[in-house]
Design a protein around this ligand. Structure first.
Ligand code: ZN
Length: 233
């Protein structure tokens, strides 16, 4: 038989709980006849806390289920175990909460480290004016235009050549004007200022050796690239 006690938390067990209740009332009335002697306290405690070591086929279970004395003892023991289980569940929940909070704190700290580093190392603002640069395409830099940037973390604001389209631009620093050996790049949306389009990106040139390079702008939509000679000092 299955032992069920009042206060079962599952609604589907309600019927079973009801039967158990009726049975319990009969037992407590002394209407049932228990078989065998009363089991010891340890056994009743195990039964009260639903110990897995107790088999429901154990004759002592049958006895306890039909003995008014054992039934009363079980009813007295159960609230104690229920309270203890509730405490255990609460403690476990509290521990879980602490772990979750700790994990969030660690992640938040880790996440904030990188921006902190970047913020501490302020990018050097540089303006590159390409307004009058020649508009020859793909690898034909204007001989008039040469750009100089420091070997540092720079925030470059490029004034794009006249007639430049609005939209997203990719700005890159490369070793040659075929786009090989990419040193740094960034992309941003050009902001219109009158008919002038400007694009601002951060370029990390800290690991760059001084020398001759190329600065390129590529319009992301039409993929038109322009290269300008660049000196890194
Ligand atoms: Zn008994």
């Amino acid at each position: 038989m299955t032992l069920r006690w009042p206060g079962s938390s599952h609604p589907e067990d309600d019927f079973e709980a009801w039967i158990a209740q009726r049975h319990q009332e009969r037992v407590l009335d002394g209407s049932s006849t228990p078989a065998g002697p009363c089991p010891d306290e340890a056994f009743l405690q195990g039964l009260a806390r639903h110990s897995k070591q107790i088999s429901l086929t154990d004759p002592r279970v049958g006895h306890a289920a039909n003995c008014p004395i054992c039934m009363r003892r079980l009813l007295a023991l159960r609230p104690q175990y229920q309270a203890r289980r509730r405490r255990l569940v609460l403690t476990a929940a509290a521990v879980c909460c602490c772990l979750v909070v700790a994990a969030f704190v660690v992640l938040a700290r880790r996440g904030s480290e990188t921006p902190h580093l970047a913020a501490n190392m302020a990018a050097i603002p540089q303006t590159v004016d390409l307004w009058n640069a020649g508009t020859l395409r793909n690898g034909q830099p204007s001989p008039l235009q040469s750009v100089t940037l420091p070997a540092a973390l720079v925030k470059v604001t490029i004034i794009l050549p006249r007639f430049s389209e609005s939209g997203q631009y990719d700005v890159a620093v490369t070793r040659d004007q075929a786009g090989h050996d990419l040193l740094a790049h960034g992309s941003a949306t050009a902001t219109g200022n009158g008919d002038r389009e400007e694009v601002s990106v951060n370029l990390d040139l800290r690991n760059s050796r001084p020398g001759s390079y190329f600065l390129s702008t590529t319009h992301e939509q039409n993929q038109a690239s322009y290269y300008y000679p660049l000196q890194i000092k």
